[in-house]
Write a protein that binds this ligand. Structure first.
Ligand code: SF4
Ligand code: SF4
Length: 372
């Protein structure tokens, strides 16, 4: 959710989710759930492997799209720039049209995000439509509204991946996404969820006690979930080094969750050290962010460009953006885009420059000031 990024793992949910298979739930409530869960995981794994092969073979489709059906959130984390407390849910027919078009653009994984997506009254229909098209359905939530029957609804709708970020152990002025509040929700997920669950802990920003991230990670693993750690970036999504204490905890958590994909990438370690990275951001092509107004943006931190309605977005746009260099890439901390872009790290250099002047929403453009 919001402005945290994930350093390694299933997606925050980026492409890591396509390879992180969560079949080792420890707190098994009963044998029948275990069998169903393993069966669902196997089927998900088969689809993910097929999508990875397709992603490697063909560059002219989206790998991951973030879709915002609801900007309103029931919380108000002070570091977050991705929510409001008043907007209405996007009409379900409009959201379904957007899902249909993402399917036409070949989107492998559609991550429903917000705001808080569980506030959308027709969330299950959105998930079911994604699965109807054979795509992977993911969701990032603060978890507050999860209940056993709601989790069963998500099972029935066909959710593949769910991520919750937990910012601290005790709620404070910065964030109420706290283990103390959410632990019973995690237990519910362990007892009922058939989908893959990732718990993201965070470091940096306004997190008072970095040890909390380790407590959250250990609890997630004890329940059989995968776990990742993210850094709360600054308001523009740009690089900010961690202190020594945070760095030590980051590396300890990384050792704890050895299975996660991003361990193969030095990008995360560079973020922790506050160092720039050389990489080709494929935002606008392999990754897109579709806001509640239906506009395509590079990412949550570069909203405004290309600023084109998703209904008008074409494979020509994908081809152009694939080859467009983003000035903000060296200082970028948006891990999910980096993870998604990894699939093409060895491909052609980027020959175009992003043109913020072409944006339809100049009030939102950040890219001209980023990267400096
Ligand atoms: S819970 Fe809401 S306010 Fe907090 S980070 Fe997520 S979207 Fe932002
Ligand atoms: S490099 Fe820029 S456009 Fe790409 S993900 Fe990072 S902030 Fe977004």
């Amino acid at each position: 959710m919001g402005s945290e990024i994930t350093l390694f793992g299933p997606y925050s949910v980026p492409l890591g989710g396509l390879v992180c298979l969560n079949s080792s739930f420890i707190n098994m409530p009963d044998k029948s759930l275990r069998i169903r869960r393993n069966w669902v995981a196997l089927s998900r794994r088969a689809r993910e492997l097929r999508f990875i092969a397709h992603g490697l073979w063909d560059t002219n489709h989206i790998v991951q799209a973030h879709l915002i059906p609801m900007r309103r959130c029931n919380l108000a984390c002070t570091y977050c720039n991705e929510f409001d407390d008043f907007s209405k849910p996007v009409d379900i027919d409009v959201v379904l049209e957007r899902v249909d078009h993402l399917h036409r653009l070949g989107a492998t994984l559609i991550m429903i995000s917000g705001g808080e997506p569980l506030l959308h009254p027709d969330l299950d229909k959105i998930i079911a439509r994604i699965r109807h098209h054979g795509r992977l359905a993911g969701m990032i939530t603060n978890g507050y509204l999860l209940m056993p029957d709601r989790i069963q609804d998500l099972n029935r709708a066909g959710l593949d991946h769910l991520q919750i970020s937990i910012d601290n152990v005790q709620p404070d002025d910065v964030s109420k996404k706290s283990l103390k509040v959410l632990d019973k929700k995690l237990q519910m997920l362990a007892d009922h969820a058939l989908f893959h669950v990732n718990i993201n802990s965070v470091l940096g920003g306004g997190v008072k006690d970095p040890e909390d991230a380790m407590t959250v990670a250990k609890r997630a693993l004890s329940l059989g979930f995968s776990t990742t750690v993210g850094i709360i970036h600054d308001g523009s999504g740009q690089l900010k080094p961690l202190g020594q204490r945070e760095k030590t905890i980051y590396h300890d958590i990384k050792r704890l969750s050895q299975r996660n994909f991003a361990h193969f990438s030095g990008f995360q370690d560079k973020i922790v050290d506050g160092k720039t990275s050389e990489w080709r951001c494929r935002a606008g092509a392999r990754y897109i962010y579709v806001c509640e107004e239906g506009l395509v943006h590079y990412c949550s931190q570069q909203r405004g460009y290309p600023g084109k309605p998703i209904a008008d977005y074409t494979h020509d746009d994908i081809r152009r953006e694939f080859l467009t260099e983003k000035a903000c890439a060296p200082m970028c901390t948006v891990s999910c885009v980096h993870m998604t872009s990894l699939i093409d790290f060895w491909r052609a250099p980027q020959i175009h420059k992003a043109d913020p002047a072409a944006s339809r929403r100049e009030d939102l453009v950040n890219i001209q000031s980023a990267g400096h």
